[in-house]
Design a protein around this ligand. Structure first.
Ligand SMILES: Nc1nc2c(ncn2[C@@H]2O[C@H](COP(=O)(O)OP(=O)(O)OP(=O)(O)O)[C@@H](O)[C@H]2O)c(=O)[nH]1
Ligand SMILES: [Mg+2]
Ligand SMILES: [Zn+2]
Ligand SMILES: [Zn+2]
Length: 392
């Protein structure tokens, strides 16, 4: 793609503030003279051709060259070049109450994505993502410790990734498809707020800008599960400082999360949420040996076929969806399922189950050797919906 034809496509959002970008709401800089960064302004022709402005300063090393840096006019953050050159822009938001397992999931999911055997190169787009994800990855995979709770009240910076697709279908052309990926992991405490107090403006934009919502539920909040699980496993697998000992009603949880999403996306209270939503039951490892858990012969307990098959195996995912719904019914949680169907569009919602760690942590929150289970399933569903991986 030529550098001059950047803005022909529609889907350019600032990855930091999720506002739609056109040439006029970006500022451009010439970066050729390192000591003398200077702003370059768009000419009428630049606007007409939707192209980057060119430095016309006499004696500048960058004279005649297009701007080397762009900044979002709304939030002032620099725009990584990948955000302008990508073929597809994927954005997803991980939501759920405190301690549901969101941050643990993201860390292991990204780790698995890098080593999944899929023909992709995953690169951090900015230095914050690179630094933060390295620290999170080290904490979980090397130091083997559960993540800290995510800070509430303010929007944490979303992670910005880029996927280079080497699957070779385009061998003849010299173009490698690239997908920009923005992932937002909020604090559970923020999602739990009910009532109409203002949601942080930034959090609101991340949620409404997301293509897919990953909504996580902790099975350890179910009364039937708590009754049959050992106290040791229960304590080790809960964010004890954040999750209250009294189990929260799952129905209230779905409804309040749905309202939180509605308020963020300006959806009327009576309307269903028209957004791809993955409903994810976390910490599956704790249910493995329970009499009222999932048997080892169930599909959800078997390893995931998607990455191995380099596509999204729809029949497997439908089976998992069905098994979890059946299981929830057996636990007496029909109202939870009804609440999901009442809030989300039936053809856009799917139930997933996963375990980020594969086994429970110990009482000091230290982790055993990690064996993440089905952590790529929700993202493979999104990639399939975007036409990036085939539906098998
Ligand atoms: N057994 C088990 N426990 C898990 C798993 N994932 C997370 N946990 C437990 O859940 C706790 C909370 O996990 P986090 O990933 O921090 O949860 P969060 O949703 O990010 O929480 P907030 O940041 O407070 O919103 C961890 O400290 C672990 O004890 C898992 O796969 N298996
Ligand atoms: Mg967290
Ligand atoms: Zn911005
Ligand atoms: Zn210049």
């Amino acid at each position: 793609m030529s550098i001059f034809s950047l803005f022909q496509k529609t889907d350019v959002l600032c990855p930091h503030c999720m506002r739609e970008l056109s040439l006029s709401n970006m500022r451009f800089f010439c970066t050729y003279n390192q000591d003398r960064h200077h702003e370059i302004f768009l000419s009428i022709l630049d606007r007409f051709h939707k192209r980057l402005p060119i430095c016309s300063k006499n004696f500048c090393k960058g004279h005649g060259k297009p701007a080397g840096e762009a900044v979002c006019r709304f939030c002032g953050e620099p725009l990584p070049p990948q955000i302008m050159f990508h073929d597809k822009y994927l954005r997803f938001c991980v939501l759920g109450v405190a301690g549901a397992g969101k941050s643990s999931y993201l860390t292991t999911m990204l780790h698995e994505l890098k080593y999944s055997g899929l023909p992709w190169v995953i690169q951090a787009m900015d230095s914050t993502t690179s630094k933060d994800s390295q620290a999170a990855d080290y904490n979980v995979f090397e130091a083997r410790h559960c993540p800290e709770g995510t800070k509430a009240g303010v929007a944490p910076k979303p992670q910005q990734w880029v996927i280079l697709d080497n699957s070779g279908e385009n061998e003849k052309s010299d173009h490698i498809p690239t997908y920009a990926l923005t992932i937002y992991d909020g604090a559970g405490e923020d999602c739990e707020k009910v009532g109409d107090d203002d949601i942080d403006e930034m959090i609101r934009r991340y949620i409404s800008g997301a293509k897919m919502l990953v909504i996580m539920f902790d099975p350890l909040l179910l009364t039937s599960v708590r009754a049959s699980l050992s106290t040791d496993i229960l304590n080790a697998s809960m964010a004890t400082e954040r999750q209250t000992s009294a189990p929260t009603n799952m129905v209230t949880m779905v409804n309040s999360l749905a309202n939180y999403i509605r308020r963020s996306c300006n959806i009327l209270p009576g309307d269903k949420i028209d957004r791809q939503a993955a409903i994810v039951i976390t910490k599956l490892d704790t249910l493995r040996d329970l009499p009222n858990g999932f048997g080892s012969s169930s599909t959800v307990m078997k390893s995931s076929p998607h990455a191995k098959m380099k596509g999204f195996v729809d029949s497997d995912s439908e089976m998992v969806d069905m098994e979890i719904r059946d299981w929830l019914k057996q636990q007496g949680e029909t109202a939870f399922l009804d609440a999901i169907d009442a809030n989300f569009m039936p053809n856009k919602v799917r139930v997933f189950g996963l375990s980020s760690f594969g086994q429970p942590p110990d009482h000091l929150k230290r982790l055993p050797t990690l064996t993440p289970h089905r952590v790529l399933d929700p993202i493979m569903w999104m990639l399939a919906a975007e036409g990036i991986v085939p539906i098998l």
